[in-house]
Design a binder for this molecule. Structure first.
Ligand code: ATP
Length: 266
């Protein structure tokens, strides 16, 4: 569960301060949430607030890793695990729904462990030479011993059907394989929430559908920013962003109709 309380983003530019996200209040509890809108409308800015990549200039963004998620799919074992990793001492308290939420401005590291973030361009996220090493990098904290870490990395690759690519250089992967690996590396640490910023934009139809299927099948709460209206329609709730504001928030069918209407207007 992610809550925005009058959270806004103002950036400094030579010509003066510019508001790129107006103060916004939201409680995001649905299992699948999509965010749509035109280029430059503020979708990525909003998404980056969710895991503290951007701190709000005004207001607050709160994350409850163990909080209730409406319409959950599958078991949510990751929520408790992420909360435990996030909290350090006294972390057991976070497993209960009464645990205080994390504040993205105050608890940045814990928030980033609880909220995984997948970028449009997977290449920017893959930094180690081989596929297996890249997944293992995510597991350094959970498995300090190398042998255990590599075994855990293999298990993650198997879960995502990537075991045959373990020794391959990440640079030799196709776009679809790279995006799948990027998602696998983020999910390796079992975050409670996954935010994906246009994860299918660079992919062909087959791979876009494969990634869409994966995102929709995860036990995590998933928030996906997308220009793919077919994918957006599969959410439980859709936010439409325009000119730095959430201008519609509701069922996907109505949200997409609203977006199409706005685009159709001269
Ligand atoms: N650090 C920054 N400094 C100045 N302007 C910024 C900064 N970050 C974003 N912007 C501007 O804020 C607006 C919203 O950007 P954002 O990346 O959130 O849009 P978006 O909806 O994700 O767009 P797209 O669909 O093209 O990825 C854009 O006009 C962008 O140029």
């Amino acid at each position: 569960m992610i809550e925005l309380h009058e959270a806004g983003v103002v950036v400094s530019a030579p010509e003066g301060d510019t508001t790129i996200l107006h103060p916004t209040s939201l409680a995001l509890a649905e299992c699948r949430i999509s965010v749509i809108g035109g280029n430059g409308s503020g979708k990525s800015t909003l998404a980056r607030l969710f895991n503290g990549l951007i701190e709000p200039s005004t207001g607050r963004v709160l994350v409850s890793p163990g909080g209730r998620v409406a319409g959950g799919r599958g078991s949510r074992t990751g929520a408790a695990a992420a909360a435990e990793r996030a909290g350090g001492e006294g972390s057991a308290e976070r497993e209960g729904s009464l645990a205080p939420p994390l504040d993205t401005a105050r608890d940045g590291a814990a928030v980033r462990r609880a909220v995984g973030f997948v970028f449009t361009d997977a290449s920017a996220q893959l930094i180690m030479p081989t596929v297996e090493e890249d997944v293992a990098l995510s597991l350094r904290r959970a498995h300090p011993r190398k042998a255990e870490r590599l075994a855990a990395a293999r298990a993650v690759l198997e879960r995502f059907g990537l075991e045959g690519l373990a020794e391959r250089s990440v640079h030799t992967l196709s776009g679809g394989q790279k995006q799948l690996l990027a998602i696998a590396t983020v999910l390796a640490t079992d975050p409670a929430i996954l935010v994906a910023d246009e994860p299918t934009t660079l992919l062909d139809l087959r791979n876009a559908r494969m990634i869409g299927e994966l995102l929709m099948s995860l036990p995590q709460q998933v928030i996906v920013v997308t220009h793919d209206l077919e994918l957006a329609a599969r959410a439980d709730r859709t936010l439409v962003v325009e000119s730095g504001r959430v201008v519609f928030d509701g069922p996907p069918v109505e949200a997409i109709a609203h977006y199409r209407d706005r685009v159709a207007q001269p």
